[in-house]
Write a protein that binds this ligand. Structure first.
Ligand code: PEP
Ligand code: MG
Length: 316
């Protein structure tokens, strides 16, 4: 039965009453494109570009090398959407030549956009490579920055994109609580936000995502995390802009319904999860998803939130 449901699961992501929720793939490079296409991904919602930087621990890859990799990905999604995230170095993804080695709290230190603002030449090369790779292609390129805390960060990134002559939509990840709390202010500078629920959970619960002893706080069903998702989604709606999710949360079919109910406009996940999320989303109306979201937020813990949403959606 499960197999049949998955086989029937094709086409764009939508609720049973036709509310569209594009289902996009998280990829690490050209090697992941085939699986994304096979799963029917409507595009790429998170292209983690870190992989390109892993070959050489002493310097950034050349512009030409980056252009080749970006072009391979962009060409695979003609007319589709591809959201490329600029380098997210530091904390759980340190790079020798960029990441300070002496920070007492690397997750709270120089990482993500902060690293790039300290090394503007690295950001410049990456944005120029994206401009070159996308030139003349019909793809709908979006570029976003990781670890954005406030409007000033968002403006610095948007300025760098404009200076690089990039014809793309510029956005930022919301993975720091300050950015979720002031999403309307951040959205004055950029066209979209994408919630990184992995880091957002880490920073909301003050629980290092790499420390197993505090892993219970990393559960994306935590109500405080759902509250921040709701805030960001409401802000984006008020600004007439989009608010996706590209963290692990999007790959849980039940939670995907809750996120949709909270107002999230697209979901990006590992390709293997797409058929399951598509099939589950197709079973419920938007109103049911909204009721499940409200029920989950009315609880005081992750397990309770999961049970509450399940109860609403299974008609208990
Ligand atoms: C996130 O933090 O949720 C995210 C998508 O980015 P990464 O896991 O690469 O930090
Ligand atoms: Mg992150």
């Amino acid at each position: 039965e499960r197999k049949a449901a998955l086989a029937a699961s094709t086409g764009p992501g939508a609720t049973s009453d036709g509310h569209k929720v594009p289902l996009l793939a998280n990829i690490g490079g050209p090697a992941d494109v085939a699986a994304a296409l096979a799963a029917g991904a409507e595009g790429v919602g998170l292209f983690r570009t870190e992989f390109l930087f892993l070959d050489d621990s002493a310097k950034a890859p050349s512009q030409a090398k980056q252009v080749a990799a970006y072009r391979q990905v962009l060409e695979a999604f003609p007319e589709g959407r591809v959201v490329v995230r600029v380098l997210d170095a530091g904390a759980d993804k340190p790079l020798d030549f960029l990441t300070p080695g002496n920070e007492p709290n690397p997750a709270l230190g120089v990482r993500g956009l902060r690293t790039l603002l300290d090394h503007p030449e690295v950001l410049r090369t990456q944005l120029s490579a994206l401009a070159e790779a996308s030139a003349g292609l019909p793809v709908y390129l979006e570029v976003m920055a990781p670890m954005v805390a406030d409007r000033q960060d968002a403006k610095a990134f948007a300025d760098a994109c404009r200076e690089a002559g990039l014809h793309a939509k510029f956005g930022v990840m919301v993975e720091i609580p300050s950015a979720a709390l002031r999403a309307r202010s951040v959205l004055q500078e950029v066209e979209f936000v994408s919630l990184g629920t992995n880091d957002l959970a880490q920073y909301t619960y003050a629980a290092d995502r790499q420390v197993g002893a505090v892993s219970r706080y990393q559960d994306p069903w935590q109500p405080a995390l759902l509250d921040l998702v709701a805030l960001a989604a409401e802000a984006a709606k008020a600004e007439g802009k989009s608010c996706g999710v590209c963290g692990e949360a999007a790959s849980d079919p039940l939670l995907a319904c809750v996120l949709t109910g909270l107002g999230v406009t697209s979901l990006s996940m590992g390709a293997a999860s797409i058929p399951y999320v598509r099939a589950t989303l197709a079973k419920y109306t938007l109103a049911q998803c909204e009721r499940a979201a409200a029920a989950a937020r009315a609880t005081d813990g992750a397990d309770e939130a999961r049970r509450a949403a399940h109860g609403v959606l299974s008609g208990e």
